[in-house]
Design a protein around this ligand. Structure first.
Ligand SMILES: *Cc1c(COP(=O)(O)O)cnc(C)c1O
Length: 375
C-alpha cells in the first residue's frame, strides 16, 4: 500500500518541542507565565483582549454563560456543524435551536432562522464553516434587529480576513479552537475574543471554578486562599504546557496559513471544470481553510467511495452529519432542513494540513476524479 495521506494532523516543528521541554523544566505546569504571554500575543494578533481556555468547546460554553444565557433560553445555530457547537449550548442549560444553512457558504440561513425565533431566543451562533464567514454582516444586522447576542463559532476560521478585518478583530464574542488539527494548535485549547469587558472578566473567573479574580492572582504567581464564588464555574483554564505550544504555533502561523491557502487553491484549480466534483467558492487570499470539503453530485454510496480512496492511501472525512438527527437534539415539532440535507448527501472532505505537499494534493485530486468518473 502507498503511504497514508492523512485527512488532518497536528503539524509540529522542533520549536514547539523545545518550548514544551523548557516549560517542563520550570516545574510550573498550571496556568501562569506562558498562558499570560500567549494571551498577550493573541491580543496583539486580534487587536483586542483575548482569554484562553482548555478547549474550543469550553470557549463557546463560557461565552454563552458569561452573556447570562442559560436555562429557559434558546440559541439559534446551524445544524451543519460539529456537535461541539450544540453541546456547548446545552451545557449551559440553554436549548440549541437547529437552523438550516444557505447553500453557497454553508452559513446559517437567516430566512429559516427568523421562523425559529421565539421570545426565549437570546443569541445566534454562526459557524464559519471551513473558514468562510459567509453572510456575517447580515447575521449582525439580524441580531441587532432581534436583540440577540452573537457568539461566533470561529473554530475553523483562525486567520481568516472578512471585509478587511481578521475574524475575531471585530464582533460581539468570537470563539476559537486550538485543538490538535485546527489552523493553529496548543495541543488542546481555545480562546474568546471580545470588546465586552464584563463578559471577558466573567470568563476569567468561570474558567477557574468561578473563584473571583483568581486569574490576576495566578498571573502574579500567587494563589487565592480566601475568596468568594457566586455561580457555577469550571476547570477550563489553559495550562502553561498548552500555551507553550500555542506560542510557537502562533509565531509559525503566517507560513502555515499560506500553505493551507495554496493547497486549497490547487484543489480548486484541479476541480474547476469537473462536471460532478463541485467546490465551495472561497477567496483563499482571505480565507484560511481548516478543512477542504467538496460536493459530489449524484453521490450514491459515500462509504464505498471513501473505501476506494482509502485503498489508494487517501483518508477522507465528512463535515458534518446534521445535528438535528441526533437523539438528544431532535426537534419535537419536526421541521425541514432542505439545504442541510441536500448538501450533506454530497459532502466529502479531502486531506488538508500543513505537512501535505503539492504532489499529495495532485494525487488526491486525480484519484478522486478517477473514482468519481468510474462510478
Ligand atoms: C473544533 C470545533 C469546535 C470545538 O473545539 P474543541 O477545541 O475541539 O473543543 C467547535 N466547533 C467547530 C465547528 C469545530 O470544528
Amino acid at each position: 500500500m502507498n503511504k497514508l495521506i492523512r485527512l488532518s494532523k497536528s503539524c509540529l516543528s522542533d520549536s514547539e518541542k523545545q518550548a514544551v521541554l523548557r516549560t517542563l523544566d520550570k516545574e510550573l505546569l498550571g496556568m501562569g507565565e506562558e498562558t499570560k504571554l500567549f494571551e498577550t500575543m493573541l491580543a496583539d494578533f486580534f487587536g483586542r483582549e483575548t482569554v484562553c481556555v482548555n478547549t474550543g468547546t469550553a470557549a463557546l460554553q463560557l461565552a454563552i454563560q458569561a452573556c447570562g444565557i442559560g436555562k429557559g433560553d434558546e440559541v439559534l445555530v446551524q445544524s451543519l456543524t460539529y456537535v461541539a457547537s450544540f453541546q456547548a449550548i446545552s451545557a449551559t442549560g440553554a436549548k440549541p435551536v437547529a437552523c438550516d444553512i444557505e447553500p453557497k457558504y454553508c452559513s446559517i440561513d437567516l430566512d429559516d432562522a427568523i421562523k425559529r425565533l421565539t421570545p426565549n431566543t437570546k443569541a445566534i451562533m454562526p459557524v464559519h464553516y471551513a473558514g468562510q464567514p459567509g453572510n456575517l454582516e447580515a447575521i449582525y444586522q439580524f441580531a441587532e434587529k432581534n436583540k440577540l447576542r452573537v457568539i461566533e463559532d470561529a473554530a475553523h476560521a483562525f486567520g481568516t480576513v472578512y471585509k478587511g478585518q481578521k475574524i475575531g478583530a471585530f464582533g460581539d464574542v468570537v470563539c476559537f479552537s486550538f485543538d490538535g488539527i485546527k489552523n493553529i494548535t496548543s495541543g488542546e485549547g481555545g480562546c474568546i475574543v471580545s470588546s465586552d469587558e464584563g463578559v471577558l472578566n466573567k470568563i476569567k473567573d468561570l474558567r477557574l471554578l468561578a473563584v473571583e479574580k483568581d486569574t490576576e492572582k495566578r498571573y502574579s504567581g500567587q494563589r487565592s486562599w480566601e475568596f468568594d464564588v457566586v455561580e457555577q464555574g469550571w476547570r477550563y483554564h489553559m495550562s502553561n504546557i498548552m500555551a507553550a505550544i500555542g506560542i510557537e504555533q502562533l509565531k509559525r502561523f503566517p507560513e502555515m496559513a499560506k500553505k493551507r491557502q495554496e493547497l486549497a487553491k490547487l484543489y480548486d484549480k484541479k476541480f474547476q471544470n469537473h462536471s460532478s466534483i463541485k467546490t465551495f467558492q472561497k477567496n483563499y487570499d482571505e480565507v484560511v481553510p481548516h478543512i477542504y470539503p467538496v460536493l459530489i453530485s449524484g453521490m450514491k454510496d459515500r462509504e464505498s467511495l471513501r473505501k476506494q480512496l482509502l485503498e489508494k492511501g487517501i483518508q477522507t472525512g465528512l463535515h458534518y452529519q446534521p445535528n438535528h438527527w441526533l437523539t438528544y437534539y431532535k426537534d419535537l415539532k419536526p421541521s425541514a432542513f432542505p439545504n442541510t440535507e441536500k448538501i450533506y448527501s454530497g459532502l466529502l472532505t479531502l486531506p488538508l494540513h500543513y505537512d501535505l505537499t503539492v504532489e499529495d494534493v495532485e494525487y488526491v485530486a486525480d484519484e478522486l476524479e478517477r473514482a468519481v468518473n468510474l462510478r
